[in-house]
Ligand binder design. Structure first.
Ligand code: FAD
Ligand code: DLZ
Length: 511
């Protein structure tokens, strides 16, 4: 036969570099393997989403006369790993060579590098040009920059891609409209209702399989209604641009109990597995601005997340791996408490976020960053444990995007490689941006004592505990000046109460 083209579960695009020169006689190979579902125990919904999307993608290729060799998880001889399954496929097809697109995770790239020897067959690894910035361009930019700052990278990406540019100038006159994107949600504002996608036979079979094989993993499979085909993903993107994008910017940081999506796109899982392409998403968003359908603060904010943050985070991952995984500059060692899995905590903001992620494998950015992430930072949870939790629970989580967000963005475990200061905040921020505190047993206004919100005592404990490591940071000058001015007894009380709270966290490691 010709070429064996191995497509991974997060590479579901017909434009993929490894499929581009597909010819008669070639075979596309895909496999569901237990190792990928178990190397961390992924949320049941994430596995179901990906298997269903993979099976639909294979069906779509077959409908275009492509020969697809698809090994399902419950196939008799399934060998359980990429390498062993590929070996079997090579024995079946005896290809002249194997072609793959580079993977999203460092661990899988190491596997791929061994394949030529293990398979006794030529293996070509092609770049993943679904991203808008390749590794060399990112590294060159990083080498030439005094500091790794997303904002400068983003401006460079705007110039290079031409998104939201009027000649050499940014559309609307400014590069960044973030200051207009921090409005709390007024009661009268309601979030638009999402389209849902019915479960067909293929998805039904996957849901049964996942319930049987991974029913003891975190999360629920109930009410599965997410897009799983390219056609559904495009329909969903159109819906988002029409109905939610215009308010995306203004309420980007807001949180509301019982309304997990608000005006967020909920496209990350579709984008990361290849059903949507970053360029087409940004094109649609820019069209909405140019046609007067969505304001500049919404469209600029949205495009920045994709060509700025998403590409920047990927660049950091590949530049810093493999040492990045073990970063722990703040020497944080506390074990993750059980309630991250059970959801049983009296802190309402955390309880609501944990409930939502169990049901849907999704939280929006501010819940990930300022509620759960902030709590992890303040408590000093071990970065390895936090990384694993974030990789398990979200349906969009792959190491290349999860790790820098956890290590760099929320935990400051890389010592400020790209964040100018830790994102530490007391209860005030959550109270301002959400309605969680109204239904909580703790008060955000009380700083210490009975009923005080733990975020308040934890905040000052974090600042005091890390004084030697952080006080040289100019962006924390005011914080440390406030700590110096604070009544000594008050600081002592805060720290004592924080210690009692931290000592009371139960971490059995059973989950
Ligand atoms: P929207 O708010 O609608 O944003 C649009 C898109 O911008 C997202 O779909 C995403 O592709 C991109 N984006 C926005 N922020 C980021 C960012 N910081 N890094 C990379 N892309 C970004 N995103 C993932 O895709 N996978 C992850 O595993 C992941 N882990 C995260 C862990 C932490 C601790 C934090 C703080 C953020 C993480 N993010 C991750 C980024 C972001 O929170 C999600 O992309 C976003 O919440 C997905 O929801 P959405 O599609 O509604 O995004
Ligand atoms: C996440 C995942 C899971 C759960 N299962 C599979 C699978 O069975 N087959 C597959 O090709 N990909 C799977 N994936 C996605 C891979 O883990 C992903 O391709 C690598 O982590 C590289 O990003």
């Amino acid at each position: 036969m010709g070429v064996l083209r191995f497509v991974l579960g997060d590479q579901l695009s017909r434009e993929l570099s490894s499929l581009r020169d597909l010819e008669d006689g070639d075979v596309v190979f895909m496999c569901e393997v237990a190792d990928e579902a178990n190397y961390v125990r992924h949320h049941q919904r994430k596995i179901a989403f990906l298997f269903s999307a993979m099976r639909h993608f294979a069906e779509d290729l077959r409908s275009r006369d492509v020969v697809v060799d698809y090994v399902a998880l419950n196939d008799d001889k399934n060998a359980g790993s990429f390498t062993e399954e590929l070996k079997r496929a090579v024995r079946r097809h005896e290809p002249e060579r194997v072609v793959v697109t580079e993977p999203g995770e460092w661990r899988v790239l190491q596997m791929m590098k061994d394949w030529r020897e293990e398979l006794g067959c030529e293996v070509e690894i092609r770049p993943d040009d679904r991203f808008l910035c390749d590794h060399e361009t990112f590294d060159e930019w990083a080498e030439g920059s005094r500091e790794l700052r997303q904002e400068y990278f983003y401006r460079e990406m705007r110039r290079r891609t031409g998104f939201l540019m009027d000649g050499d100038e940014p559309a609307g006159g400014k590069w960044n409209y973030d200051h207009s994107n921090r409005e709390p949600l007024k009661k009268a504002i309601t979030a638009p209702e999402r389209p849902n996608y019915s479960v067909d036979e293929t998805t039904e079979a996957v849901l049964d399989l996942v319930a049987k094989r991974f029913g003891n993993h975190f999360g629920s499979l109930e009410n599965f209604d997410y897009p799983v085909t390219r056609r559904q993903a495009l329909h969903y993107l159109r819906w988002f641009v029409d109905e939610a994008l215009p308010d995306f910017g203004t309420y980007q940081d807001a949180m509301r109990q019982g309304s997990p999506l608000l005006f967020h796109s909920h496209i990350s899982a579709l984008l990361n597995c290849g059903l949507l392409d970053p360029k087409e998403i940004c094109d649609r968003a820019e069209d909405a601005y140019r046609e007067g359908h969505a304001p500049i603060n919404a469209v600029e904010g949205f495009i920045r997340q994709i060509i700025g943050w998403r590409e920047f985070i990927r660049g950091v991952y590949w530049r810093e791996m493999p040492d990045y995984a073990s970063s722990n500059k703040l020497l944080a060692q506390r074990k993750l408490p059980d309630f991250f899995w059970t959801g049983e905590t009296d802190l309402n903001c955390l309880r609501q976020s944990f409930k939502e992620v169990r049901e849907s494998a999704y939280n929006h950015h501010i819940q990930r960053l300022m509620v759960i992430g902030n709590f992890c930072l303040l408590c000093g949870f071990d970065p390895r444990e936090v990384q694993e939790w974030y990789l398990v629970v979200y349906h969009d989580a792959y190491e290349w995007v999860e790790m820098p967000n956890v290590v760099g963005m929320i935990l400051y475990a890389d010592g400020g490689l790209f964040a100018s200061k830790p994102y530490a905040a007391s209860a005030n921020y959550i109270d301002k941006m959400s309605d969680y505190c109204g239904d909580c047993t703790f008060s955000p206004k009380k700083k210490t004592g009975e009923g005080a919100c733990p975020f308040n005592v934890l905040y000052w404990d974090f600042i005091a505990r890390n004084k030697e490591r952080l006080k040289g940071n100019p962006r924390l000058n005011r914080t440390y000046a406030t700590l110096e001015r604070m009544n000594e007894e008050k600081v002592k009380t805060s720290r004592k109460e924080a210690r009692a709270f931290l000592d009371g966290l139960v971490a059995t490691g059973d989950y």
